[in-house]
Design a protein around this ligand. Structure first.
Ligand code: HEC
Ligand code: HEC
Length: 268
């Protein structure tokens, strides 16, 4: 072998040896790891719909008001119960978090709660990939709107900040802490200020929340495009796969990933 070739060949061989070491050292529990990744992926959709509104994309909090707390350093041992039952660290302040578990009158079954915890754990696990939060997939309604706000932008604001508690078209999720509300000129003001309502954070940036005046205008624009129907009988059921915020989409995309990952595992 010529000297010119010796070095590249040697480095290629060395590369293969390295790959060999890495491959043979990968954890035995491929399947378990895959399960965990899938749970985190599903959980990212749950988190986007229900939690990011107050805690921000990765738990870093997105406002300075007490309703928007950082959970980047959450305690894994207690977090599940806090999500299920809600959390009130100090009864002398009005600040508290609603319970999301069905046993506490919330919309989330235990599966999605496990998933959201799996997603949150990726923040604390350096070797885990934190899935990207899915983008909102919510279109404005069909009612005419002539103001200056942008209903499409407002739909994104609604999906991110309101949908988790108020459901599609502000129809609620059929539980008292997840109520429908009547859309009128007052709706955005209530959300902007919190209006003294227990679980409603003050979303306006001048009150310590994340939403700018322009975003609040867009939110108002979006709400005005929703056709308000007569009060319906009975609670609106919640099916995880039908949740908006792309979770419909995430359900599908996620499903594709599930299939792809399973096939990959089976083949490999
Ligand atoms: C409307 C705002 C809001 C939403 C939405 C929200 N939270 Fe919270 N969360 C809070 C507030 C406020 C606290 C602190 C309550 C207190 O200290 O009394 C809190 C506390 C927590 C804690 C405990 C932090 C600690 O200090 O131990 C965890 C964990 C948590 N939230 C997770 C979640 C998850 C997961 C979701 C989505 C399922 C969620 N939250 C949705 C407002 C919210
Ligand atoms: C953590 C859950 C939660 C989030 C997030 C949330 N709300 Fe609410 N909202 C509630 C609850 C619970 C009530 C009822 C409070 C009460 O009656 O004391 C309420 C009440 C309201 C009301 C008043 C209803 C009435 O008839 O008085 C309006 C309007 C409203 N919310 C709009 C919004 C908008 C817009 C957003 C998004 C920027 C939002 N909310 C985000 C839980 C939430």
């Amino acid at each position: 072998m010529s000297k010119r070739l010796a070095l590249p060949v040697a480095s290629i061989i060395f590369g293969f040896i390295l790959i060999g070491i890495v491959v043979s050292n990968t954890p035995i529990s491929h399947a378990q790891e895959g399960e965990q990744n899938l749970a985190a992926l599903r959980g990212s959709a749950v988190y986007a719909e229900f939690c990011a509104a107050c805690h921000g994309p990765e738990g870093e909090a997105i406002g300075s008001a007490p309703g928007f707390v950082s959970i980047a350093e959450f305690d894994p041992a207690t977090v599940r119960a806090q999500i299920v039952k809600g959390y009130d660290s100090d009864e002398n302040t009005p600040v508290k978090m609603v319970g999301y578990g069905i046993e506490a009158g919330g919309p989330l079954q235990s599966g999605p709660i496990d998933d959201v915890v799996a997603y949150m754990l990726t923040w604390q696990t350096p070797e885990a990939d934190t899935p990207e939060l899915p983008a909102a997939n919510l279109e404005p309604g069909s009612a005419a709107y002539t103001g200056s706000g942008d209903p499409a932008e407002g739909a994104v604001v609604y999906a991110y900040s309101c949908l988790g508690c108020h459901g599609r078209d502000a129809k609620g999720r059929g539980e008292s802490n997840f109520p429908r509300f009547k859309i009128d000129e007052n709706s955005v003001r209530v959300a902007a200020t919190g209006d003294g309502h227990g679980f409603v954070a003050a979303f306006a940036d001048n009150a310590g929340g994340p939403l700018t005046p322009a975003q609040l205008d867009n939110l108002d624009a979006y709400l005005r495009t929703i056709e308000v129907e007569e009060e319906e009988e009975g609670p609106q059921g919640v099916t995880i796969l039908l949740m908006v915020l792309g979770l419909g989409a995430v359900g599908l995309v996620g499903g594709v990933y599930v299939a792809a990952v399973r096939q990959g595992r089976a083949a490999g």
